[in-house]
Design a protein around this ligand. Structure first.
Ligand code: NDP
Length: 419
């Protein structure tokens, strides 16, 4: 018997809602709360006669702490899944603490307004100390460690695929394959084609901020920053084929470096087609990726939010996206004194995902781990209180759940390495 709130009703949330409803024995009561309540009502209507999970809906502005607390006190959830925007991570964590419930999200906190002087001061300090410029980092949420520990509550951070499953893969590799891990390359390939000249597969604001930021890699305790899209490699992905991929900064490198200090080098690569890069560069050059409000005919608009309104909604890409994703981790290290290599990954088909939950694979590969992570907490399999990421828990039951519920692993002990 568990009561669960999902905040947000976009691409990722819709998959998690479908998947929770496939497990009414765990998710008995589900409240879907989002900014636009009609989207919540629509999915409730679609699912309520097909599941034993009792679904209700509510309108919420996740920026409103008092409204969050009122909603949580009324519904009394055991866990809140924040599958909306990372801008509201901290306020939702505060509301969870106030109402004694666990918390889960899929992306590290970043502020909506990057010109906020209080945030900027801390950001500049972190940028100088750690050496990477991305707007997101785990520092703000790690600050909640003691508060969650004291209440015996869990805040599970970044429980999507990457971040999320990729970190569980690190724990799995360490538990089953290596005595010592030396290097890690995380490879995120989306071989899907939606037929539009330009669209993002998840929230455009978050996606474009991430991709247009300087890239970085971690080596011997230091982050080395390089211009966005300046390191390109090719890789032949199982299920997809040969793709161009580019080094990016990604949040799990920060937590893996902290939790697995033995790993000497961590890099993250994501595939992009030339058309995506051309569009993104052009949009950046004309200022459309800016988060600083501008005055337009007497109205304040934020360019990237205006762009989001013009682009296809990622949740609408499902029916038209064909192809597969392939996301995983390649390791080098030692076992029993011998050098070895290991690759663990998942291949997910866009159309198969659509058939099952009416969403494309990027939302699917995020929403399924969110459901599995919630299951780990609700079934008291992951119990360590505090603010943690997926590599800090036993990976086996989580990977078992992923294997069963839609994201099975594939492995290679002789992978082609990235040079
Ligand atoms: P969408 O833009 O599709 O959905 C966001 C949802 O949040 C919308 O329903 C939106 O409401 C709602 N929302 C936004 N602001 C508020 C607010 N103030 N109060 C209440 N609800 C609000 O995003 P995605 O589903 O694509 O992505 C969701 C999250 O998942 C993002 O944080 C993204 O970064 C993360 N992600 C993580 C991945 C991983 O592997 N770890 C991969 C992909 C995404 P409305 O309908 O009114 O717009």
């Amino acid at each position: 018997m568990s009561r669960v709130i999902i905040i947000g009703c976009g691409g990722v949330a819709k998959v998690a809602i479908h998947k929770c409803c496939q497990h009414p024995e765990v998710f008995t009561d589900l409240l879907i709360a989002s900014r636009t309540v009609s989207k919540c009502d629509e999915i409730k209507e679609k699912l309520e006669n097909k599941t034993k999970t009792k679904i209700s809906t509510a309108q919420i502005d996740a920026n409103d702490f008092d409204a969050l607390v009122k909603l949580f006190k009324e519904f009394k959830p055991e866990i809140v899944l924040n599958l909306g925007m990372p801008y509201q991570n901290l306020i939702i964590m505060d509301a969870c603490l106030e109402c004694n419930c666990h918390y889960l999200d899929t992306a590290a906190y970043e502020p909506e307004n990057v010109d906020d002087p209080v945030w900027r001061e801390r950001y500049e300090k972190r940028r100088k100390e750690k050496g990477f410029a991305a707007y997101f980092d785990y520092g703000f949420q790690w600050d909640y460690m003691e508060k969650f520990e004291k209440k015996g509550l869990i805040a599970l951070l970044g429980c999507g695929f990457d971040p999320g499953v990729t970190q569980a893969y690190v724990a799995y590799a360490k538990k089953h394959e290596f005595d010592v891990i030396d290097t890690l390359d995380i490879l995120d390939c989306n071989g899907g084609d939606h037929g539009y000249p330009f669209a993002t597969n998840f929230n455009p604001e978050i996606n474009l901020r991430e991709v247009s930021s300087p890239a970085s890699y971690y080596e011997d305790g230091i982050w080395y920053e390089i211009p966005a899209m300046s390191v390109k490699r090719q890789y032949n992905f199982d299920g997809v084929g040969m793709k161009d991929m580019y080094m990016l900064h990604h949040e799990e490198t920060e937590s893996i470096a902290k939790n697995y200090p033995e790993i000497k080098r961590i890099r993250f690569y994501m595939t992009f087609g030339q058309s995506y890069i051309n569009h993104m560069n052009c949009l950046e050059d004309v200022g459309m990726l800016s988060t600083t409000p501008i005055d337009f005919n007497g109205t304040k608009i934020i360019p990237i939010q205006f762009l989001k309104a013009l682009l296809p909604d990622p949740a609408s890409l499902g029916p038209r996206t064909v192809g597969k994703t392939n996301i995983g981790c390649i390791f080098t290290g030692k076992k029993d004194g011998k050098e070895k290599k290991y690759y663990i990954y998942n291949v997910c088909d866009h159309q198969e995902s659509y058939k099952e939950v009416e969403s494309q694979a990027v939302s699917y590969t995020t929403g399924v781990p969110a459901m599995c992570g919630a299951m780990m907490i609700l079934n008291k399999i992951w119990t360590k209180p505090g603010t943690h990421t997926c590599e800090e828990y036993d990976p086996d039951p989580f990977i078992d759940a992923l294997n069963k519920y839609g994201l099975p692993i594939r492995e290679s002990h002789d992978p082609v390495m990235v040079d």
